[in-house]
Design a protein around this ligand. Structure first.
Ligand SMILES: Cc1ncc(COP(=O)(O)O)c(C=O)c1O
Length: 417
């Protein structure tokens, strides 16, 4: 198949060349990001375009955020309309959309009440405050939080404290006391860790950053049982794995019957690129926050909430195709295993897919850019695919053809002696 990076005439409004952008960033930005050599200019559907007009099929959607792809007509329309009406109201006043969005989230989650914020880590912080406040109402010592090895919950200090990957935590220690980590799917270890001093259990239902690794139904049910037994709150972090991505509204609904948490947190795909995070809680968890105990200046503003309402209307119709296209994508990738012995496993749910290789895959991400295909490498050896929900089987065929070409040209590194 030909490269998808077909060159077209550059758009006239582009003023900065790539090198200028890089030079400015090197001079004026905190150097905390290791960016790929690509500057994006615009997008349409599942495709992105760089400054020169080269086209890229997007399999990562801004790390799971651009759920409806780019320039979706209905999303563009409501953003335009709302920009001419009211962008920000603060939480001093009411507006038309926050309550309606909360009602929608309550109905689809099986929970009761929402708190809106602006990012995933902020939702995690709020959930941790609920957990701590809950523990405090029972006993001063009830402060411990159990989470999983290999998890990722965000970059703020609270979220980092319960993130089960030492590389993210070590530069900032000491963090919150009372965090304990257990291995994913080790029900006996979870049982040994949870006791009357446990205020909360926090679980990613499918670990994203950790390599697209699901928790088993038995483990999720054990967590629910232990949370009930020891009066702890069960928190599911569905920032990456939730809100349509697994082919259901939430990944915990894939279990039958669903394992319903006390709190679910979500963010990334909900407002299609406009920052929005949410804590959805049952009455018990929601009651932990009394007036004045938590808040956000921007959280749940009219723009983000209106866009999210539009997103949920569209998502309802898209869920079946997220499922079927996801199944098709995983089938095609699994077929590739016969040709490429270095693919160890293809896994995932809906449009959250991991392709584990037997060597580090960072170089492949660069090869992908050259081939007009955007994806990401996580946990060293896992290609992470989080494409927009609007992806079709035709898009999958293109992606698979490009990946095949990339893999064919890949020299598996010799194992270290
Ligand atoms: C499971 C999970 N939790 C929390 C976060 C943090 O979200 P944000 O980057 O929006 O703060 C992420 C981000 O990737 C995530 O995947």
């Amino acid at each position: 198949m030909e490269s998808m990076a077909a060159t077209v005439t550059p758009e006239p409004e582009v003023s900065s060349a790539f090198d200028e952008i890089v030079a400015l960033e090197r001079t004026y930005l905190v150097q905390n990001y290791a960016r790929y050599p690509l500057a994006l200019h615009r997008g349409k559907g599942c495709y992105l375009y760089d400054l020169e007009g080269n086209r890229y099929l997007d399999l990562i959607s801004g790390i799971g955020v651009n759920s409806l792809g780019y320039a979706h007509p209905r999303i563009t329309k409501v953003i335009r309309q709302q920009a001419g009406l009211l962008l920000h109201s603060s939480n001093l006043y009411y507006h038309e959309y926050q309550g309606r969005l909360a009602e929608r989230l309550a109905k689809i989650s099986g929970l009761n009440r929402c708190f809106f914020c602006n990012s995933g880590t902020e939702a995690m912080e709020g959930a941790l405050k609920m957990v701590r406040a809950h523990g405090n109402t029972i006993r001063r010592e009830k402060t411990n939080i159990v989470s999983l090895d290999n998890s990722f919950h965000g970059r703020t200090l609270g979220a980092l404290s319960i993130t089960g990957q030492p590389k993210y935590r070590r530069d900032f220690e000491p963090l919150l006391p009372g965090a304990q980590f257990v291995a994913r799917n080790d029900a006996a270890a979870l049982e040994a860790a949870v006791n009357e001093n446990t205020a909360g259990i926090v679980i990613e239902v499918i670990q994203g950053e950790g390599g697209i690794l699901p928790v088993s139904e038995a483990f999720a049910r054990k967590a629910r049982e232990l949370a009930d037994r020891y009066e702890a709150l069960l928190v599911f972090d569905e920032i990456q794995c939730g809100v349509g991505r697994p082919g259901s509204y939430f990944a915990y609904q894939l279990f039958e019957p669903a394992v319903v948490p006390d709190i679910v947190i979500a963010a990334k795909p909900m407002a299609c690129g406009i920052p929005l995070g949410v804590i959805v809680a049952n009455e018990k968890a929601a009651a932990t926050l009394k007036p004045g105990m938590h808040g956000s200046t921007y959280g749940g503003g009219p723009l983000a909430c209106r866009v999210a309402l539009e997103f949920f209307d569209i998502l309802e119709e898209l869920l079946p195709s997220i499922n079927s296209v996801g199944v098709y994508f995983r089938m095609k990738l699994t077929e590739m295993m016969q040709q490429f012995g270095f693919i160890k496993e293809v896994r995932g749910q809906g449009l959250m897919i991991g392709v584990e290789l037997d060597f580090p895959c960072k170089q492949l991400v660069l090869d992908g850019i050259r081939e007009g295909l955007l994806f990401n490498c996580t946990h060293d050896t896992v290609l992470r695919l989080l494409p927009p929900y609007i992806m079709t089987e035709q898009d999958v065929d293109r992606a698979v053809a490009a990946l095949t070409k990339i893999f064919r040209n890949t020299k598996r590194p010799e194992p270290a002696a």
